[in-house]
Write a protein that binds this ligand. Structure first.
Ligand SMILES: Cc1ncc(COP(=O)(O)O)c(C=O)c1O
Length: 360
C-alpha cells in the first residue's frame, strides 16, 4: 500500500529489517549505546554545528507525547503560555495548556492564514505574564507552513521562550533551530524521518534545561527533566519501545546519508510533481503556492466526487489518501508526499487519481 497520509509513512526495507535485531534489556549497555547513537544523529541532523548547545530527549510515545511534555515542562509557577493557533495541531496545544489552566487567550488565525507577527508583538508587550510562545511549524491540517523565522525573532526580541511543534516538519522543511534561538523543538520518527511511529523527541537548548529544573512537575510520564537526567546517565525512566528505536536509529542513518537538505529537496520535487499534474487536471488547491509546505497538499474535492468514494476507489488501487478535518471534512482531501516513495509511485497514484475521478 502506498501511504499518502502524513504518517505513518512507507519505510525502506533497510529500516524495516532493523526491527529484527536482537532482543535487549533497556537497563544494559547495549541500550545505552543505541540511545546515544540516536541522540547524536538527531543533533547532527537538526542542529548541525551547534550540537553542544542542545540536548536530544527521546521518549516512547507518539508526537503528541512530546508536544505535551514540551508545553508542560517549560513554564514556571504563575507564568503563562501563548499559543498561535491556525489549525488542528495549534488547537490541540491550546487544549493541552487549557487543561492545566496555564494559558492566556490564544492568537487564532483562519486555518488558511498565517499568524500575524504584529499581533504577537503587541500581545507579548501587553502580557508580561506570558513566559513562552508555542506554534506549529507545519500545520498538517492544511499543509500550511508557518513563518518560523519571523515568529522566532519576535519571541527572542521579547525575551520569551519559543516552543515549536515541528512533528510534521523536521526533515521536510528548512529550519535553522540554533540560529533562530528556538528553545524547544518537538519531532517524531514516523513522518519525514521515515522511521516507524512510537518514538518521538524534543530538542532542548541546554541553557534552558537548568531553568526548567526549577519548574513544577505537572506530569509523571511527560516531565522532561526526568528524561534529561536519566538519559544523561545513559538510561531512560520508562520501558522504551526498543525495536522501534532500532528502526529509528537506522532511519536517522539513512537521513544523514541522504543529507537533510537533499531529503527536503526530494520532498519538494515530489510535491511539485503532484501539484503540476493536479493543476493540469483542474483540481483546485486549498492554499496558494507561497503558503504550501513541501510535504502536504490539500485539494478541494472535484465537483460531484465524495471523499469516501474517491478514497475507496484509490485504496482499491493501492493508494491511501487522507481526509480533511473539522470544517474541512468532506470539502477537501490531502495528499502527503512523506516517506520512502519514488517518483514512479507518485505517477502511478496520479494516473489512478485521474481514473478515479471519471464517472463510472
Ligand atoms: C504538527 C503535528 N503535531 C502533532 C501531531 C501529533 O502526532 P501524533 O499523532 O503522532 O501524536 C501531528 C500528527 O500528525 C502533527 O502533524
Amino acid at each position: 500500500m502506498v501511504l499518502l497520509n502524513p504518517g505513518p509513512v512507507n519505510v525502506s526495507e533497510r529500516v524495516r529489517q532493523a526491527l529484527l535485531r536482537p532482543d535487549i534489556c533497556h537497563r544494559e549497555s547495549e541500550f545505552t549505546e543505541l540511545l546515544h547513537r540516536i541522540q547524536n544523529k538527531l543533533l547532527k541532523a537538526f542542529v548541525p554545528g551547534a550540537e553542544s548547545e542542545y540536548v536530544a530527549v527521546v521518549m516512547t510515545g507518539s508526537g503528541t507525547a512530546t508536544v505535551e511534555a514540551a508545553l508542560m515542562s517549560s513554564l514556571p509557577h504563575g507564568r503563562r503560555m501563548l499559543i498561535l493557533n491556525n489549525g488542528v495541531y495549534g488547537e490541540r496545544m491550546s487544549q493541552i495548556i487549557g487543561l492545566h489552566r496555564l494559558g492566556v487567550s490564544e492568537l487564532k488565525s483562519d486555518w488558511t492564514a498565517r499568524p500575524d507577527p504584529d499581533k504577537l508583538l503587541l500581545a507579548l508587550r501587553q502580557h508580561q505574564e506570558v513566559h513562552a510562545v508555542a506554534m506549529v511549524h507545519h500545520e498538517t491540517t492544511t499543509g500550511l507552513l508557518n513563518p518560523v523565522q519571523e515568529i522566532a525573532e519576535i519571541v527572542d526580541s521579547q525575551n520569551r521562550v519559543f516552543v515549536l511543534d515541528a512533528v510534521s516538519a523536521l526533515a521536510g522543511e528548512t529550519i535553522d533551530i540554533a540560529r533562530s534561538h528556538i528553545y524547544m523543538v518537538t519531532g517524531t520518527a514516523g513522518k519525514c524521518i521515515q522511521g516507524f511511529p512510537g518514538v518521538s523527541f524534543v530538542l532542548v537548548r541546554k541553557g534552558f534545561v537548568e531553568k526548567m529544573r526549577a519548574y513544577p512537575k505537572r506530569s509523571w510520564y511527560l516531565h522532561l527533566t526526568h528524561y534529561i537526567d536519566d538519559e544523561g546517565r545513559g538510561t531512560i525512566p520508562f520501558t522504551p519501545a526498543v525495536q522501534v528505536y532500532y528502526a529509528f536509529d537506522e532511519a536517522l542513518s539513512e537521513l544523514l546519508e541522504e543529507g537533510v537538505a537533499n531529503r527536503i529537496q526530494r520532498y519538494k520535487q515530489m510535491a511539485a510533481l503532484i501539484r503540476d499534474r493536479m493543476a493540469k487536471l483542474g483540481v483546485k488547491a486549498l492554499l496558494p503556492p507561497d503558503r504550501q509546505s513541501n510535504t502536504i497538499t490539500a485539494y478541494y474535492l472535484p465537483e460531484g466526487v465524495s471523499y469516501q468514494s474517491l478514497h475507496d476507489r484509490l485504496k482499491a488501487q493501492g493508494y491511501v489518501i487522507y481526509s480533511g478535518q473539522g470544517n474541512l471534512e468532506n470539502k477537501i482531501f490531502r495528499v502527503a508526499n512523506m516517506g520512502a516513495l519514488t517518483a514512479a509511485q507518485f505517477v502511478g497514484f496520479l494516473d489512478a487519481f485521474e481514473q478515479a475521478c471519471k464517472p463510472v
